[in-house]
Design a protein around this ligand. Sequence first.
Ligand SMILES: [Zn+2]
Length: 360
Amino acid sequence: MTSGRRLTAALAATALSLLAAPAVAGPADGRGAAPDALLSTRDVPEVVPPVLTAPERSASDRGDRGDRAPSARAYRRPLFAFWGAKYNRIDGFAFTTATRGSGTGIQVEAAWKTYRGVRPILPKVFVQARVDGGKWTKVAGTKGSIGKQYVAARVPAHVVPTGVAAQTVDYRLTTKKPTKGPRRARRSVSSKPVSVRFENPAAYTGDAARFYAPIAGLCPNASVTIDTTGLTGDRTGVFNWQHGIVIDAATLATLTAEPEVSKLGIAMHECAHMKQFYNWGGTRQTWDQLVARSAEVFVPDVNPDPAVPTIPMAPDWAPLEHAADCAKELISPERYRTYGGYCNPTESAAAGLLWQNQRY
Ligand SMILES: [Zn+2]
């Protein structure tokens, strides 16, 4: 493991890093590019909200009016409240900021607590948003679903207006004021916000525009970030849960022997990972289902035609990566970069479903 890779591991604690395929064929060989690291599905650490032990029973629970001093505080406590920002999640991951392309929706989650004992009075929850630090407004059609520890709500796609390069949208969960419980405790409460930067790919310039162009029709709501902070580690491209597609254009610029079509293929490969993520539901939980399903469909195999040599499979070959390779090859069949192996007709058909926004 190189120090660069350890750095990546540290930096990617909040990220899935899916690799651009290693260069194992054609002119991509022997150009000094580090082979891609193992398929990494590093998750963000789980942050578990505390459990309130021995919930306080306020005076009203006991049926008296509770006008004694110790209970006054309990009266003022909201019936339902949110834990702090550190427990918030975007798309099921424990990060509270993210980059997305215009036209992408997210799932926002916040941990909740109650002071009302084991049978809390559960409020209705909706989502509020503010654009670029503006006024909080209700997001129509949002409804929080209250689970054991988290309230989750899916937020409809945010579209950045034409001509605007990017907008930062903060989201928070807000409760409707309850109609039951001690009167002074009936209160609307809001979670701490999460923050999403929505980029308008139409406004991309330079390398971001260069790598977005080949996927504009495939992943129109992708964000393409040109890596300046080591997000890609020793790889040339990743699909990152927090930041979307990230391309190491500086390293690619040094690979002068590699044709442009191969470099642009990296964006297509990462776009296929993005399809995998969103076609399966776009959350941490659905990613696990995707990984399991990929292993059922995408298998290590070789070209049955003895006249056609099969590119050896990279040590980090994985069903998920093979799927992205096969999807990419449907669009751009050159194989300068590949995890190797062979896309059989079943795999090609399955990979094609990704481009139709379907699951395989
Ligand atoms: Zn990959």
